[in-house]
Design a protein around this ligand. Structure first.
Ligand SMILES: [Zn+2]
Ligand SMILES: [Zn+2]
Ligand SMILES: [Zn+2]
Ligand SMILES: [Zn+2]
Length: 281
C-alpha cells in the first residue's frame, strides 16, 4: 500500500475514548485509575490507561497522538500487575456479571479490624463517644476525674526541674496529699495532681473510664473518606499552600475543608482572571 498513514480508525478512536472515560469515572468513584507509562514502551504508544477494578487491574494502550484529548485523567500511581489480555477480559466479564460490589468492609490501617467492628485498645483511629474527637488524645477522661482540668500548651516545659519530673513519675501518694507534689502543681499541671500529670490516670480510673466508654457505647470503625468540597473527589491528594494564599482564594466556610489541587488551581485561575478584567480599562 502506498497511501499515506490513515488517521486512527474511527472504531479504534471510539474504544480509546470509552476506556479513558471509564477510567475518569472510576477515579471519581474512588477507584484507583488513570494514565501511566506503558511497560514495555512501543514507539507511539508510551502510555496506558489503567483501572483497578474490584475484580482486578485492567489496562489499555492509548496512542500518543490521542493523549491530548485525555488531559483530565489523573496519574495512575500503581504498577502494572502483569495481567494478560485474557485475564483482563475475564476480570471485566466477571464484573459485568456481578456488578460493582462496594460493600466489602475495609480494614483499619492502624489496628487492622474491619469496618463495623470496634478498634483494638489504643488504636489511634478510635473516636471518643462523648466528644467525637480522637479517643487517645481527647480531654474527656481527664476532665471526668478532674473537672478543673485545662490543657494549656503555652506553658513552657522548662518550668519543671529534673527533680520535679523524677518525683512526679514516682510519687504514689493519694491525690492532693503530698507536699512535694503540691509544689510541683503550683508551677502548672493543668489542674491535675502532679502524679497524674506525669504518670497518666491511675489504674482504677482507667478501669472506670473503660466502663463509662462501654456504657456510652464505643464508636465502631467506619471509614468516612475526605471529599473535595467542590467536585466531590474521594480522598484527593494533599498539597501545600501558604496560609495567606489559601485565605486569599478560598471562601471562609471552605477554608477548614478539603479541596483537590485541580479545583484549587481552577479557583485561583478564575479569580485572577476576573480580577484582571476588573482592572483592565
Ligand atoms: Zn483501628
Ligand atoms: Zn472525648
Ligand atoms: Zn508526691
Ligand atoms: Zn475538586
Amino acid at each position: 500500500m502506498n497511501n499515506s498513514e490513515p488517521d486512527v480508525n474511527p472504531v479504534y478512536a471510539d474504544r480509546n475514548r470509552a476506556a479513558c472515560l471509564a477510567a475518569l469515572l472510576a477515579h471519581a468513584l474512588g477507584l484507583r485509575a488513570g494514565l501511566r507509562d506503558a511497560d514495555p514502551q512501543e514507539p507511539g504508544w508510551s502510555k496506558c490507561v489503567f483501572i483497578e477494578l474490584p475484580t482486578g487491574q485492567v489496562s489499555w494502550h492509548v496512542p500518543d497522538e490521542e493523549l491530548p484529548r485525555f488531559a483530565a485523567l489523573p496519574v495512575f500511581e500503581a504498577e502494572w500487575d502483569g495481567h494478560t489480555n485474557e485475564e483482563k477480559t475475564e476480570r471485566i466479564d466477571t464484573l459485568l456479571q456481578t456488578g460493582i460490589v462496594t460493600d466489602e468492609p475495609a480494614a483499619c490501617h492502624d489496628c487492622g479490624v474491619r469496618e463495623g467492628e470496634l478498634h483494638q485498645d489504643g488504636c489511634d483511629m478510635e473516636r471518643c463517644p462523648f466528644c467525637g474527637g480522637q479517643l487517645l488524645s481527647c480531654e474527656c477522661a481527664n476532665r471526668h476525674f478532674y473537672p478543673r482540668y485545662d490543657r494549656d500548651f503555652s506553658q513552657p516545659s522548662e518550668r519543671f526541674t529534673a527533680g520535679d519530673r523524677q518525683h512526679g513519675k514516682r510519687c504514689t501518694l493519694a491525690d492532693w496529699t503530698c507536699p512535694a507534689c503540691t509544689a510541683i502543681e503550683q508551677k502548672g499541671t493543668h489542674g491535675l495532681p502532679a502524679s497524674v500529670y506525669f504518670q497518666g490516670l491511675h489504674d482504677e480510673q482507667l478501669d472506670e473510664w473503660s466502663r463509662l466508654l462501654a456504657g456510652k457505647g464505643r464508636v465502631p470503625w467506619i471509614a468516612y473518606p475526605s471529599l473535595c468540597c467542590r467536585c466531590g473527589e474521594i480522598r484527593p491528594q494533599m498539597f501545600m499552600v501558604d496560609d495567606a494564599e489559601w485565605e486569599k482564594y478560598v471562601a471562609p466556610r471552605q477554608r477548614g475543608q478539603v479541596l483537590c489541587q485541580r479545583c484549587y488551581d481552577w479557583i485561583k485561575r478564575v479569580i485572577d482572571t476576573a480580577a484582571a478584567r476588573r482592572i483592565a480599562p
